[in-house]
Write a new protein. Structure first.
Length: 78
């Protein structure tokens, strides 16, 4: 696959995770990675797609493979 850049930002405001998810959903961010205490303990991230779809919990390595596949599919369809 060609090199591609993926933009990311961290919302580290002192707000609840639920509020941050709601606000970022309104910004139409395609993927939101949630890192709470549980995820920190297990070394995983919870992945949500825009529109509220809960993709599930996975390791960072699994998410990297997941997003690379999603980008490849998007590029192949265009």
């Amino acid at each position: 696959m060609n090199n591609c850049e993926i933009r990311a930002s961290i919302d580290d405001r002192n707000e609840t995770i639920g509020k941050k998810i709601r606000e970022n959903e309104l910004k139409h961010i395609p993927y939101i990675l949630v890192l709470g205490e549980k995820e920190e303990t297990t070394g995983t991230v919870s992945v949500r797609r825009q529109g509220g779809e809960n993709v599930g919990t996975m390791t960072i390595e699994d998410f990297a493979a997941y997003i690379q596949n999603a980008v490849k599919e998007e590029l192949d369809n265009n």
